[in-house]
Design a protein around this ligand. Structure first.
Ligand SMILES: C[S@@+](CC[C@H](N)C(=O)[O-])C[C@H]1O[C@@H](n2cnc3c(N)ncnc32)[C@H](O)[C@@H]1O
Length: 265
């Protein structure tokens, strides 16, 4: 009889422990957020750490980066990026989540790298970011899209669960049934360029997809990755770096050497 009661008591204790652990799964002694709690434009649901690692891998975060997590929740993505040596910034509307994030950053020893701004992502300047991470909503991604596309070419973006509409991802990955999307902000190349000694390069662009003509003949295998452009025309392979209204690069194949282009329209 005694042993039955003992077993019951042990089971009760285990349940209480499990319940406490579940309750404390998120947050700290001062504040425990609940998954699904209201947020400014979207509720709080945390990204699992394994997926955060994948998103930081996809965006190749290093100590040279400035990472912004837009809608940073409990700060976990920012702290993970800071642990990779990046300067990492979270923008979060909920002040309790910001305070919690700051305490977590302190506990994790990354206060020199991780910082949190209490504010609205649509009112905050994140133009210095080299990497952006998101877990928002499709409509919010679309609202952010024009701002992101105006960022420095080569800026990398990762989004948990939600895409960017017609701006197709450069890469997708699955972790435990969840999807992460990856994009690199393309340079703006649409228009006409004068390629020195060759002729006009006319380019049409839809996000990272480009097509066009060089000297009136279609270019083939055209790619645009950030500021790096490549295509083939007339038996030559062109690759180059777009810098505003200039392109400089090298050409190989039927003829080899350097090439430059200047935007005329
Ligand atoms: C789905 S959670 C993602 C949290 C975190 N990025 C992650 O992946 O674990 C979205 C977060 O965005 C915050 N949020 C919603 N609208 C916001 C806004 N306009 N400005 C700043 N934060 C916002 C919410 O409070 C919530 O913490």
């Amino acid at each position: 009889m005694v042993s039955l009661w003992k077993k019951f008591a042990v089971a009760l204790f285990a349940m209480a422990l499990a319940f406490t652990a579940a309750a404390q799964q998120h947050g700290d002694k001062e504040y425990q957020p609940s998954v699904g709690q209201e947020g400014r434009d979207v509720i709080w649901v945390p990204t699992p750490n394994e997926l955060i690692a994948k998103m930081l891998d996809m965006t190749k975060v290093t100590a040279n980066d400035i990472v912004y997590d837009l809608g940073s929740g409990d700060g976990r993505t920012v702290i993970a990026a800071a642990k990779r040596g990046a300067q990492a910034v979270g923008v979060e509307f909920n002040p309790d989540m910001v305070a919690l994030s700051n305490r977590s950053a302190k506990r994790e020893g990354v206060t020199d790298k991780a910082r949190f701004i209490q504010g609205d992502i649509f009112q905050t300047d994140f133009s210095k970011a080299t990497v952006i991470t998101l877990y928002l909503l499709p409509s919010l991604n679309l609202k952010l899209r024009p701002t992101i596309l105006d960022m420095r070419p080569g800026t990398r973006v990762a989004s948990h669960a939600f895409n960017m509409g017609e701006w197709e991802p450069d890469e997708t990955a699955q972790v435990d049934g969840r999807t992460a999307y990856y994009w690199m902000v393309p340079a703006k190349v649409a228009g006409t360029w004068r390629v020195e000694g060759v002729g006009d390069l006319a380019l049409k662009q839809e996000f990272q997809k480009i097509q066009g003509t060089l000297g009136g003949k279609p270019i083939i295998n055209a790619t645009l990755r950030g500021e790096t452009i490549a295509f083939a025309a007339d038996g030559r392979n062109y690759s180059g770096r777009v810098n505003g209204d200039r392109i400089e690069g090298s050409v190989s194949g039927a003829a080899s050497g350097k090439w430059t282009a200047a935007r005329t329209r």
